[in-house]
Design a protein around this ligand. Sequence first.
Ligand SMILES: [Zn+2]
Length: 429
Amino acid sequence: MSRFRMYPTSEQAGIMLDHCAHARYVWNLAVEQHSHWRRGRKAAPGFAEQCRQLTVARRDNEWLAAGNADVQQQALKDFAKAKNARFASGFGEPGWRKKFQHEGFRVIGTDRVPEFEPDGSPKLNAKTGKQVMGRSVVVQKLNRRWARVKVPGCGWVRFRLTRGDLPKAKSFRVTFRNGQWHVAFAVVPEPIQAPGTGEVIGIDRGVKITAALSDGRKMNCPRLTVKEQAQIRKHQRRAARAKKGSERKTAEHAKVARLRAREADRRKDWCEKTSTTLARTYDLVRFEKLNIKNMTASARGTLEQPGRNVRQKAGLNRAILAQGWGLLRQRTEHKAPGRVEDVPAPFTSLRCSACGWIEKRSRKSQADFDCVSCGFTCNADENAANNVAAGQGGIPRPRRSAGAGGTTVAAGRSSVREPQPTRVGIPLF
Ligand SMILES: [Zn+2]
């Protein structure tokens, strides 16, 4: 995906907002159609049938007919794709799109270009033997910093070219979030070549240090500065005191949203840069396997059984999500396909990377690891990263020549922020 910030004129922005509204409306209609489906009923309409229905709806509906047909049809296509990928994408069943929150639309390229086989020969139609023509978006480079793209109904819209070459894509998506327009071209990035050194790196992701590498490096995801955090609190306070439904309240909320967007942008930028570095410098990248969704589940509990330390857990969840753990793993996989591995997470922080002994007492504090068996001392995160690099952690490996030990018994509440198995007492012999 290559994404650029778009700078439409106010007139163009108005038209594009209409496109967003139409796309959202059509998408939500599709969601509604499919939500009526029950076992035993006739299947909900597919893409072709929905397109036919859209044509009829456009004939009867002046508001819908005023919009761009391609934009509306692409919303249906997006829905069909999301529906097909619901088990594999991780997003599940396609859901409702909300105003101000999910503003965007897809545009299919109008240019026709000849398609080629992977080996470079022209792609020919199997039946007729004619050259196959594919779609391509209409983009133009203006100068070193600016380019423009054709958006239906608005003509040329400028965008800031932040990387050298123009993307060659069949379609693109325009989004509007937190007052900013972006264009994202649908291109699969070229996989980065492995350096071929055979080097393996283990990465331990944590809250204090975002990514501790097994070579001793510690990388931190940038967060908002203290000043910016204070600004957020200030605007939240002002929003809370403003009159309900007032313009002032909306404005204060918008200011908070803009600061939050800045934090997300910083995080994404860091993840992109770090994943590129990892893919470039190492042959194999090992992450510990984390189920972030379970880790950040709320501690709120139910009304009958309220959870304990709900506020603290909420804070920890926010801290976890602010680290971009999932994104770092995902982008590394995109850039180095087949060179990323997951190592089972339990015990990676408790296992001694020198002798393999697993004991909770070895982890003296958040930062220090001091093996009770062999006396090996190390930074706790680096020790965990070493375990991940070795692909160790999941199964406590029995140690035959151990002097001390027996079983390690889990204490009441774990001080380590990592998924722990539910078993109590792990026999080491
Ligand atoms: Zn040891």
